[in-house]
Design a protein around this ligand. Sequence first.
Ligand SMILES: NC(=O)c1ccc[n+]([C@@H]2O[C@H](COP(=O)([O-])OP(=O)(O)OC[C@H]3O[C@@H](n4cnc5c(N)ncnc54)[C@H](OP(=O)(O)O)[C@@H]3O)[C@@H](O)[C@H]2O)c1
Length: 281
Amino acid sequence: MTDTLFLISGASGRVGRHLVTQLIESGHRVRALTRSPAKADLPAGAEVVTGSFDHLPEGIFDGVTAAFVFPADGAGAFARAAAASGVRRLVLLSSLAAALEHERDHGSASQRHHSAIEEAVRASGAQWTILRPGTFASNLLAWSQPIRFTGGIRGPYPTSAQAPIHEADVAAAAAAALTQPGHEGRTYAMTGPEALTRVEQLQAIADAIGRELTFTEQSPEEFAAEMARYGVSADIVTMLLRYWSDTVTEPDVPRPPDALIGRPAKTLAEWARDHAAEFGG
Ligand SMILES: NC(=O)c1ccc[n+]([C@@H]2O[C@H](COP(=O)([O-])OP(=O)(O)OC[C@H]3O[C@@H](n4cnc5c(N)ncnc54)[C@H](OP(=O)(O)O)[C@@H]3O)[C@@H](O)[C@H]2O)c1
């Protein structure tokens, strides 16, 4: 066990849970922030503290060497408070949208949200590292119900190609930035290792669960109407449609974080095997 202490916000999340586990497995001390410790069911060995960015528990930064900043509302104030309390290093989970590489990102909800938190982290006075992952493979969990109950999915732009990143790899990148020197003042863009069409992404899941699955093409208008019925915000739907329509002719350029995490990034086939049970496999 080392004498460093890492504070992990968003610890119960898909990325945070892997991060807590990876740090503990490497012999580090971890303090994990969650609003609901019972529900979070965090790994044994983590010191779990109850709270949120709106209600920071007393003494949360005591003894903390470095903190992982989850980009929920209030993350900027959390970063400032951490730095003011003597936390020397902050690692922020941001988004590739904040890199403004594509016209679609300029002014998008995700870009505005993540850029504002990046700015707060950079101005906090602590050493910082910013991680900018592209689309998460875990977004495909939205397909879990239709796959289980209808044997396939309906969606627009089946030939658009994205490079989804495994949440464990985002966590591994955060663990590296938290525990190793040399990442201060650096911003890392990262994606999964391969661009796959949405049909190929569905096929990766089909292979993992050993079941034939069908991709039924929907028009963008049908998709938007369906999402509205489920209460998904128009901002999010517009962002998704722009992304998929752009990546029909300009697939994501893969930028796996192999150098940062010290191993090849996980493929979507591996992700699908890791999540087979959630798709009824
Ligand atoms: N999806 C993508 O394609 C994508 C791409 C790039 C970046 N991102 C970024 O990654 C995030 C998703 O990461 P994830 O999948 O690991 O998250 P997740 O599984 O959705 O978990 C959300 C986490 O946020 C915490 N949280 C919510 N409100 C909070 C508050 N007020 N104060 C402190 N913590 C709070 C929750 O903690 P408790 O409930 O335990 O309190 C939980 O741990 C997105 O929100 C986005 O910013 C996503």
